[in-house]
Design a protein around this ligand. Structure first.
Ligand code: ABU
Length: 370
């Protein structure tokens, strides 16, 4: 008898890639200001634009997303794309309203594969509450084809005003510094809140960053859900990042024993021990080629998108084409580097890792921290 197809299998960030979802920019809007988010222009106090993004901006981003898809396909990877859902209409739910949604460029923030399980994150921002809908056609396809695939939808938080700490945005830098070990950000601790991109996968071990987009209730939910399934969930903190959101510009595992680290965002003292005890090397990346002021005008992410690389295998990494210092480091560390242009995607919330969601990599659950 034929074995049923395994469609969903991905245990870490580096095993040889077989199938991946790459985002699309169709219908994207400027991200609206909301209690969990304050978009701002880098070069002026003028208001951040609102509503749909202009067609030429969308076309430029789509060209680079298609370029990434072509590079991955040339490596023998199956590339899938989300549905181009309506993002431009206003939303009205029982607990919040928002003028428009954002985009479906960064599946990494919403969806995560943990072994044979796909988890849809709770999410943390109103404009991203319904983003999972762009992936439902794919999720149903995997679920129908693979009888072992487990599909989990995390509890949806209310995203009501009471879920957010509005004064967070006005704390002066000195207060942020004083409070840096408290890990209190713009979301309160009352409801389960997490974005999938605050997690790194290391086989049986899942590392989760406490951040503006993942609170302690979110981490508690992940622990209670995943640990009975054989995972171990480890919260981590990067106290010098005053606006932490998504771990993949801070802590980037590339192969067993090697993690790229952000020299400006060290781990909370003591949290590095789990890695050092197990002979993992933490290697600081070089400064990005752009400073924060030189990032694309509407981009709300930091210069550290430079280290948001995507692994095709434990020996091959896709890296933004301008990031030559990082490419040189990767080369020295023994990787083949595939450079691709991606800066026109930055204003949609991320770079190469953010704009993808791996559904299938070779390999099985390993214990890297025995
Ligand atoms: N979405 C990733 C952004 C992280 C950063 O700005 O550092």
């Amino acid at each position: 008898m034929n074995q049923p197809a395994v469609r969903v299998n991905s245990w870490n960030e580096w095993d040889p890639l077989r199938e991946i979802v790459v985002g699309v920019a169709d219908n994207a809007c400027f991200e609206p200001g909301e209690p969990g988010y304050r978009p701002a222009l880098r070069d002026t106090d003028a208001p951040f634009p609102t509503g749909p993004k202009p067609a030429e901006m969308i076309d430029r981003a789509n060209a680079q997303l298609d370029g990434l898809a072509a590079v991955l396909e040339a490596q023998g990877v199956t590339v899938r794309r989300p549905d181009a859902i309506d993002l431009r209409s206003a939303l009205r739910t029982p607990t919040f309203e928002v003028d428009n949604q954002y985009c479906v460029v960064c599946p990494r923030d919403v969806m995560i594969t943990l072994g044979n399980e796909i988890v849809e994150a709770s999410m943390s921002r109103r404009a991203r509450y319904f983003e999972y809908q762009a992936y439902r056609t794919l999720v149903y396809e995997y679920w129908n084809a693979d009888p072992n695939m487990v599909w989990t939808v995390a509890p949806k938080p209310s995203m009501a005003d009471s879920m957010y700490r509005q004064d967070f945005w006005d704390w002066p830098l000195a207060e942020r510094h004083a409070r840096m070990h408290e890990s209190e950000f713009c979301v309160t601790q009352d409801e389960v809140v997490f974005d999938a991109a605050d997690m790194n996968r290391f086989g049986r071990d899942i590392v989760v960053q406490e951040s503006m987009t993942t609170n302690r209730a979110g981490i508690r939910w992940l622990k209670r859900h995943l640990e009975p399934r054989g995972f171990r969930v480890h919260p981590v903190h990067f106290p010098l990042d005053f606006f932490p959101s998504h771990i993949d510009c801070t802590f980037v595992p590339l192969r067993p024993g090697l993690i790229l680290t952000n020299p400006e965002r060290p781990l909370r003292e003591g949290e590095e021990q789990m890695f050092l005890r197990n002979d993992w090397e933490l290697v600081d990346v070089p400064q990005p080629t752009s400073n924060n002021e030189e990032m694309p005008r509407y981009c709300q992410s930091s210069k550290w998108l430079s280290m948001n690389v995507l692994s095709v295998s434990p020996t091959k990494v896709v890296c933004e084409e301008r990031e030559k210092p990082l490419q040189d480091l990767l080369d020295k560390l023994g990787f083949e580097v595939l450079p691709v242009p991606f800066r026109d995607v930055f204003e949609y919330g991320g770079s190469l890792h953010c704009a993808t969601w791996d559904v299938n990599r070779e390999g099985a659950a390993e214990d890297y921290f025995p």
